[in-house]
Ligand binder design. Structure first.
Ligand code: UFG
Length: 332
């Protein structure tokens, strides 16, 4: 058992629930704060304590910090649908930027020492150079990316003024599910490619649309850096150890594998894993999709002992499919 408790916001959601598992497996005590708007109480491991509350509810958050002796916050809660952020930007500036401001204020007021933030490659916008480095220009092309970048900026200023340090992890394309089948991506209305392909493979949808075939990539379809959610969760646990060991340092790091796969390569992997042929419908580009988005991950590899354990596209697809089947049973 480690000393102290980690508060995980959004711990009932996709990535947060995997971080909860990784923390518990590493011996941490965990308290989850989640309003269950998109998360599920059953997704929270019973070893963790669940507080159903909005992260901007200062009284409840501060009480949870005090009651559980919280030494660090991992902050996953927020809204994550890019097109929705374009049609309803104020929702994103409320749920991501303003709510994070409240949470950070609670952390500072209660003397929480470490803060780990779930940021995104969307902070780069359309990168000029790929693989993209952390010091590349930050030019988000949608309010989602901007709402996360604004939180990074707040953290930088707050860490300079108060005794708290932080790590911001910029996620690339998160996919897959806990290899032990304890959690996975459960939110309905998914837009992410591997989740959609898993739904198609399990009969929940008839085909997969391929958005754009004229990108500047080897086969013309979009290239992304798919990272297994359990590897991503493990990176958070290592980042916490780093923040504790080096209280004067802050770290902003890409979280990706540094290699990309095209949409067609992903769908071919799904076919190989399932022995099916998923129907592909070739369609036009989605607004704002870059040709390729791949992490330069040298910073995270240098800063953390973390090394990917699930860097295998077929393995990611297998875990996503296993979870999709479990979800289908749960939903009858
Ligand atoms: N795609 C399809 N068909 C689909 C869904 C996606 O062809 O049905 C393609 C997209 O065009 C893209 C690739 O598959 O080329 C991956 O798309 P996703 O929607 O799975 O992921 P994105 O790369 O668009 O989004 C990810 C994160 C976002 C983040 C964004 C930019 O999920 O949170 O990267 O960093 F904002």
């Amino acid at each position: 058992m480690r000393e102290g408790t980690v508060l995980v916001t959004g711990g009932a959601g996709y990535i947060g629930s995997h971080a909860v598992l990784a923390l518990l497996d590493a011996g941490w005590q965990v308290v989850v704060v989640d309003n269950l708007v998109t998360g599920f109480d059953w997704a929270v491991d019973p070893r963790a304590k669940l507080v159903v509350a909005n992260i901007a509810d200062d009284d409840k958050v501060r009480a949870a910090i005090r009651e559980h002796g919280v030494i660090a916050i991992m902050h996953f809660a927020g809204s994550v649908v890019v097109p929705e952020s374009v049609s309803d930007p104020l929702k994103y500036y409320r749920n991501n930027t303003a709510a994070s401001r409240s949470l950070i204020e609670s952390a500072v007021a209660e003397g929480v020492k470490h803060f780990i933030f779930s940021s995104t490659a969307a902070t780069y916008g359309i990168p000029e150079v790929v693989p993209v480095r952390e010091d590349s220009p930050k030019q988000p092309i949608n309010p989602y990316g901007m709402s996360k970048l604004m939180t990074e900026i707040m953290l930088k200023d707050v860490a300079a003024a108060h005794p708290i340090n932080y790590a911001a992890l910029r996620y690339f394309n998160v996919a897959g599910a806990d290899p032990q089948g304890r959690s996975g991506q459960s939110t309905a209305g998914a837009t992410h490619l591997i989740k959609i392909a898993a739904e198609a493979a399990t009969g929940k949808r008839g085909h997969v649309s391929v958005f754009g075939t004229d990108f500047d990539t080897p086969d013309g379809t979009g290239v992304r850096d798919y990272i297994h959610v359990s590897d991503l969760a493990a990176a958070h646990v290592d980042a916490l150890d780093l923040l504790i060991a080096r209280p004067s340092e802050n770290h902003t790091m890409n979280a990706g594998y540094g290699r990309g796969f095209s949409v067609l390569q992903v769908l071919d992997a799904v076919d190989r894993v399932t022995n099916l042929t998923i129907e592909r419908k070739l369609e036009g580009r989605r607004a704002g999709d870059p040709d390729a988005l791949v992490a330069d991950n040298s910073a995270i590899l240098a800063a953390l002992p973390w090394r990917p354990k699930h860097d295998d596209l077929e393995g990611i697809v297998k875990d996503a499919l296993a979870w999709e089947r479990k979800l289908a049973e749960r939903q009858g």
